[in-house]
Design a protein around this ligand. Structure first.
Ligand code: BGC
Length: 375
């Protein structure tokens, strides 16, 4: 069933997805709010995360698990080593183990249709976590940060730092993009490119490597599969060695996230760039500890911070609603079309963090430990 729904109509339509779940009143919810005869065991959640190799997924998974266990839910948390087959079999096991809600951060947004349709046929409610799952009816809700906005913040940061709006330039610019199989990566890129493309067109941003141009924005061709730091480093090494031979300097790098930024920064160090001297502007996303250290050491200009604790809280609330037989709150029913349906989403706001914000925003809020970054 494909239909478009307005924000006002959403409440009327979405409730159906939750009906049929055995009701368990999470701890703290009013007695009987579940509307069914089930006990605590009926809140049985499978969390499927992509990989332990990135700090954010460890924090996301463990944080959400703790919240749900506090609510009295049974939780199975699995990481899939960035291997799609592994993620599929972990989800199958979770459903076989009695999960009635799945929270899935997909490795590959295109390949989970069958396993989720099998889950849906057993009345399992599926929440896509952070990354949308495409090509299937069997995704009920989506909780994420505004992914397009992440890219916009990166693009605007570059625009402001280089004073592009006032005609400054030309600057040598190297764009990077995220994993082509991650639905978010396209949103990140588009958000940034919508700001930066006019400056590529005007010649204020020059791309010596020619990986993209004002008329060729095929971001997937430069996407770093699996988001690996090593692969980003190798790509940057290659661009610097092949296209920066005549004494040219790179002035600005669009990096969609922190894991890529780390590799790019390593490459720049190897090539002899020095912070405070000729180090380029570099963007990032996630506020990983290593990158916050890099920001403090003037090796990274910013990161787009997504307070993943907020995302955990939001998903916890969604699950409480689902288990209680209510419809979860959503705030976007237009943006995330997965090819089969528009998935009702709750979008959270990302925010830019620069060196001056590390203490007041990241440390004071408890997101990172000051001692981990030498503060
Ligand atoms: C997430 C980013 C993360 C990237 C690599 C994306 O889907 O939204 O926060 O940096 O995956 O794991």
């Amino acid at each position: 069933m494909t239909f478009r729904i307005t924000k006002l109509a959403v409440g009327a339509v979405l409730g159906t997805a939750a009906i049929g779940l055995a009701g368990c009143a999470p701890a703290g919810a009013p007695a009987g709010s579940g509307g069914g005869e089930g006990g605590e065991g009926d809140c049985n959640v499978g969390i499927s995360m992509p990989t332990r190799s990135l700090e954010r997924w460890i924090n996301d998974g463990e944080g959400l698990q703790a919240l749900l266990e506090d609510d009295g839910c049974t939780v199975d948390l699995q990481y899939a080593d960035n291997e799609t087959d592994q993620q599929v079999s972990q989800i199958q096991n979770q459903v076989a183990g009695g999960a009635n809600v799945l929270v899935v951060a997909a490795i590959d947004g295109e390949t989970l249709g069958q396993v989720l349709e099998d889950a849906a046929s057993q009345d399992v409610t599926v929440i896509a976590y952070d990354r949308l799952i495409n090509g299937t009816e069997a995704v009920d809700y989506y909780a994420t940060f505004d992914n397009y906005q992440v890219g916009q913040l990166q693009g605007r940061f570059i625009e402001e730092q280089l004073d592009l709006a006032n005609g400054a330039g030309p600057f040598n610019f190297e764009p990077f993009a995220g994993s082509p199989d991650d639905n978010n990566a396209g949103f990140f890129f588009q958000g940034a490119w919508d700001v930066l493309q006019p400056y590529v067109e005007s010649g204020q941003l020059v791309i010596p490597s020619n990986v993209l141009s004002a008329t060729n924005d095929d971001w997937q061709s430069i996407g770093i599969l699996g988001w690996g730091s090593d692969d980003a480093q190798a790509e940057m090494d290659n661009r610097l060695q092949s296209f920066y031979t005549g004494g040219q300097q790179v002035d600005v790098v669009l990096s969609p996230n922190d894991s890529l930024a780390l590799g790019i920064e390593q490459s720049l160090t190897s090539a002899g760039y020095a912070p405070g001297a000729d180090w380029p502007i570099i963007t990032g996303q996630d506020a990983d500890v290593a990158n916050v250290q890099a920001i403090l050491a003037d090796q990274q200009s910013m990161t787009v911070w997504k307070d993943t604790r907020e995302l955990g809280d939001r998903v916890q609330q969604m699950i409480q609603s689902i288990i209680a037989g209510d419809e979860p709150e959503t705030n976007d029913t237009e943006t995330y079309d997965n090819g089969v349906k528009v998935v009702p989403a709750y979008l959270l706001d990302p925010q830019v963090v620069v060196k001056d914000d590390v203490q007041s925003v990241l440390v004071d809020s408890g997101f990172i430990d000051g001692s981990d970054v030498g503060l």
